[in-house]
Design a protein around this ligand. Structure first.
Ligand code: 5RP
Length: 289
């Protein structure tokens, strides 16, 4: 029997006040279901619309390269400054404590390594992504690689199918191969193909004409940092990318190979979220290092 004692009649219906249509801070995501939006909101700060993702998945193709030899010692001290962590399931399960309570962008494809030929990859089981409660799945696309283009596009397509079934966004990662141009035409084409095939986020590289890459990609674009640069140059890269429309960075080597990784990620954060100029960011880096 329902408890009817002290059942209070509703009286505060806000009559005359519109319920209000809520926009959404992530590009191209307005019409996605709630679970997708919840996960995207964990990655992209609802106040700034931006993200600083810390990528440390390099070991899955490179082994213990510089800066990721000991994730527990090199990377865990940085996670408090990141908005999202990008890593493999092996590192997540073995080394990242669940208590860090950060959204995870799970490296969700695997296959070949730098010792053979890159990009001959398959995707991991979606059940693993669900069990690990990840906020996004990252899948590499080798656009322009005649051998692996179709396979990697199929991987992304499959991941997007499964992701939309379970509410997990997919990040398409544009690979750069030996024979691929690093220009706006190539990155624009590769980024657009990611989005057309269902990616909810695209990770690519900064280049001249980057604003055209962003404009023609209907979902948020984040940039990889690429090879290690002097800190000031890396902050300039972030600044230019953000100013030209990037929704954030997914950076690895320029953080964990820095002379002071914690100072660097905090400086990157200030450029991405607070609009610091490269000079202000570098000053902050020097103060903190
Ligand atoms: C490789 C990746 C890496 O995570 C990515 O390149 C980011 O790292 P870095 O800033 O060192 O380039 O997605 O496929």
């Amino acid at each position: 029997m329902a408890d009817l004692d002290d059942l209070r009649e509703g009286c505060d219906f806000g009559l005359g006040e519109s319920a209000g249509e809520q926009g959404f801070h992530v590009k191209g995501a307005l019409h996605l279901p709630w679970g997708m939006k919840d996960r995207l909101s964990r990655i992209f700060n609802p106040e700034t619309g931006k993200t600083v993702m810390l990528a440390f998945d390099h070991g899955f193709i490179m082994g213990p390269t510089s800066g990721v030899e000991r994730i527990d010692l090199n990377i865990l001290p940085l996670v408090e400054y990141a908005d999202c962590l990008m890593c493999t399931r092996g590192i997540l399960q073995s080394t990242v404590p669940p208590t860090v309570n950060k959204p995870i962008c799970l490296r969700s494809d695997a296959g070949t390594s730098i010792l053979t030929e890159l990009n001959d990859n398959v995707i991991i089981d979606i059940e693993d992504a669900i069990r690990l409660n990840v906020s996004a799945m990252a899948v590499m696309l080798a656009i322009g690689d005649s051998k692996y283009e179709a396979k990697t596009v199929a991987n992304l397509y499959k991941a997007a199918d499964l992701g939309s079934r379970y509410g997990i966004p997919v990040m398409g990662v544009t690979a750069v191969g030996k024979d691929m141009a690093r220009d706006a035409r190539y990155f624009g084409l590769a980024s657009r193909i990611c989005a057309e095939n269902g990616a909810n986020i695209v990770k690519t590289y900064y280049c001249d004409g980057f604003e055209k890459v962003v404009a023609a990609t209907p979902v948020p674009v984040v940039i990889a940092g690429g090879k290690k640069l002097p800190e000031k140059e890396a902050l300039e890269l972030c600044y230019k990318a953000i100013n030209e429309g990037a929704a954030g960075v997914d950076m690895g080597r320029n953080v964990f190979q820095s002379e002071s990784p914690a100072a660097m990620i905090r400086a990157v954060h200030a450029v991405v979220h607070k609009g610091y100029t490269p000079e202000q960011g570098y000053k902050l880096f020097q103060e903190l290092k």
